[in-house]
Write a protein that binds this ligand. Sequence first.
Ligand code: NDP
Ligand code: OXD
Length: 315
Amino acid sequence: MALLYLTPTWPTDVWTNAMRKLAPGMDIRVWPDRVGNIADIRYAVAWLPPANVLRGLPNLSVIFSLGAGVDAILSDPTLPEATPIVRVNEPDLTMRMTEYVVLHVLMQHRQQRRLDQNQKQKIWDSFPTHGASDLAVGIMGLGVMGSDSAMRLRDLGFKVAGWSRTRRRIEGVHCYAGDAEFDAFLHRTDILVSLLPHTPATSGIINRETIRKLSRKGPFGAPIIINAGRGKQQVEADILAALDSGELHAATLDVFETEPLPPESPLWTHPKVTVTPHCAADSDPETISAYVLRQIRRHEAGEPLENVVDRARGY
Ligand code: NDP
Ligand code: OXD
């Protein structure tokens, strides 16, 4: 039984070393140089895997995503149809995302970028501030990540709502569901956070029309967006146009249509945009390797795998 690493954009050694420490006897292979006899490979761990590789593994029983999102794996048109895909659902990853969302909601709410600018120019300007309860945060995607962020922001006093495909119930959070309730969710939202997966239904969802439906009743007079879901959910030309016209007050973006964000992108230098390099919730090699190993042991013991992706839903 061998485990193949397909992580062309990551330093694979960090991952294989973490797994070796946890399972010293494991037969570990690495694509493309140390694949060995493909008939031995029962498990694959993948992050942005190249297309056409997984289909060539005749005895593959499980594909593990090294992140919560599986859009890159599912985008391989030759993906073996019956092989289960297990995604990450780990408290460490969730907490990292929650930290990111809380940090950037607070940064916008407390106008930290304005304060930074003032400090650079030695300007003592104690402009009026507002309370968390003056701001309505709306989280698109109320899954593992979105629901945890929603509860933390609720506990800080923000008016929190969420939107998901099916109805969720979270105490103190107004839960909207489905396309029919999308506009109502947008109308009450001052800060829109995306923690959606990338699927055909969520592609380009943060566009000019969506931005125009957001609330303008908040303390900044125009809404703010925070996207830590996936870059293909945002239409960057629409975001830039909305920022320049004043329809949008500010944006924090962790994910982009093209990653890494090309140097020529105007988002890098836009005064109202905070750019972070897809680091909202990094997968920690030791924690996630332990998670993968737990799943492998479950599978070997004939127990059901956890967090198996529903391919029909796309997440
Ligand atoms: P989950 O699968 O637990 O949650 C996804 C949520 O999105 C669910 O609430 C789901 O609805 C909702 N959703 C999906 N499609 C739609 C739709 N068409 N309309 C409305 N709601 C929809 O995923 P996680 O919370 O674990 O992760 C979410 C995403 O966060 C990942 O897919 C990934 O893209 C991103 N991510 C980004 C990271 C980063 O560093 N930037 C790190 C980790 C994750 P329902 O509840 O009905 O199923
Ligand atoms: C993930 C990510 O999906 O890091 O986990 O983007």
